[in-house]
Design a protein around this ligand. Structure first.
Ligand code: PLP
Length: 417
């Protein structure tokens, strides 16, 4: 196999497998393993009946365009629907600022290709979404982390990091954030901080890449102002915003979108042309019909209740089984609960034992670009049933107790992304 190394591009040589995708392979080992690893929506929430009826209509054969190539920017009526959705989030977008993407993952790839040269510094949260880290890594970005606090990114540390980079003469002009129920921590960036971030971007000549797939999935007393996109107050074109239908409808359609100042959107369109010509036309129409017929909007309150209940089940089980050993902040929305283990326990080395106990998670170190986070882990509560969550937490508790009792010297060194 090694003989192909000489054929690889410099970019391909540094590509790395995502820790979450790797866990997906572990999942394939059988139903006896309870997985808290990938951030999958619960398929029982998919509106199957509606999908069947809409698919039958679309595939009646009367409209050839359903299975035809389409515009790179996206299916026009869907673009119109997205403009309305954005309006409801406080964002006014012109159609020349908008592009349908094949998942937000493609949006991240477009950002990487269009905005980043090899060696450019991209600032990311500590910890940050691994899919974004992969996209940026693939174009040979240099990833630099900024700490988070209870209300999201630490602005003092952000200034400190930028000051240091300037002093070193390094080019840094992009900050990537997930402000609502962040993957992996579940954190929300505070409202005041959002305003200050925007001011910071203007002062420092930065673009903010705002990735917002979870905002509709809030629990408890979260209200609209708490999840207002940074983009909503962006008067000077400092924010590239992306969101997705993956978490509210179904990720299998691979339909998402990106909003950016016109000149950047035009470049994203060119980059997308070379990636896939256009996002699948059938998929876009399915999503559009879900919006037009009203069932996308109707299903969101159900999703909030559904995932909040699962969050409650996981939190109660963790408190009961592991209250003395782990700490975590109660996520107020989204799919993820972020837990911290005792300092001497490594979530990386504990993974084998977890598998033996029949449970799997994503070790937190995968989300840190600075090699830290060895004693953290991400638990996703969205996909398993409440019964499986209870059982999975019991298995996790047995694993963690075993690991915590081992002599400290046995704990391994931190893993790296
Ligand atoms: C923060 C974040 N961004 C982007 C994505 C990718 O979403 P999509 O299915 O739209 O590609 C995910 C998926 O888990 C995510 O958590």
């Amino acid at each position: 196999m090694n003989r192909y190394d000489s054929f690889l591009s410099a970019a391909a040589r540094v590509m790395q497998e995502s820790a979450i995708r790797r866990m997906g392979a572990v999942l394939g080992k059988g139903p006896e393993v309870i997985s808290f690893a990938p951030g999958y929506p619960d398929p029982s929430t998919f509106p199957w009946e509606h999908f069947r009826a809409t698919a039958a209509d679309l595939l009646s054969g009367t409209d050839g365009s359903v299975l035809q190539y389409g515009p790179t920017r996206g299916f026009k009526p869907l673009l119109g629907a997205i403009v309305e959705i954005l309006e409801s989030r406080g964002i006014t977008a012109a159609t020349d600022e908008l592009l349908v993407t094949t998942g937000s993952q493609q949006g991240l790839d477009l950002v990487a290709r269009v905005l980043i040269d090899p060696g450019d510094v991209v600032l990311v949260e500590l910890p940050s979404y691994v899919g974004a880290l992969s996209a940026f890594n693939n174009v040979q970005a240099s990833l630099v982390g900024v700490r988070q606090e209870a209300d999201g990114i630490d602005l003092d540390h952000l200034d400190e990091v930028v000051g240091r980079l300037r002093a070193e003469g390094r080019r840094a002009r992009i900050l990537y954030v997930v402000p609502n129920f962040q993957n992996p921590t579940g954190l929300l960036i505070g409202t005041d901080k959002r305003t200050r971030l925007l001011e910071w971007a203007e002062r420092n000549d930065f673009l903010i890449v705002e990735d917002d797939p979870y905002r509709d999935l809030y629990f408890d007393a979260v209200s609209e102002p708490d999840i207002r996109p940074i983009k909503a107050d962006d008067r000077n074109g400092r924010v590239v915003y992306m969101s997705s239908f993956s978490k509210t409808l179904a990720p299998g359609f691979r339909v998402a979108w990106i909003v950016a100042p016109g000149p950047l959107a035009a470049k994203f369109e060119l980059a997308k042309q070379a990636e896939d010509l256009c996002t699948g036309g059938f998929d876009q129409r399915m999503v559009y019909e879900a919006y037009r017929r009203g069932w996308l909007t109707r299903q969101i309150p159900m999703l909030r209740r559904h995932y909040q209940q699962k969050r409650d089940v996981m939190a109660a089980a963790l408190d009961r089984e592991l209250g003395d050993l782990i700490s975590y902040a109660q996520p107020r929305g989204g799919f993820f609960l972020w837990a911290t283990l005792p300092e001497h326990v490594s979530a990386d080395t504990m993974l084998d034992a977890a598998l033996r106990h029949g449970v799997v998670y994503v070790a937190g170190s995968a989300f840190f670009v600075d090699g830290s986070g060895h004693n953290t882990l991400r638990l996703c509560f969205s996909a398993p049933t409440p019964e499986r969550i209870e059982e999975g937490v019991s298995r996790l508790a047995a694993t963690i107790r075993e690991a915590a009792e081992k002599p400290r010297a046995a704990a391994a060194s931190p893993g790296r992304y």
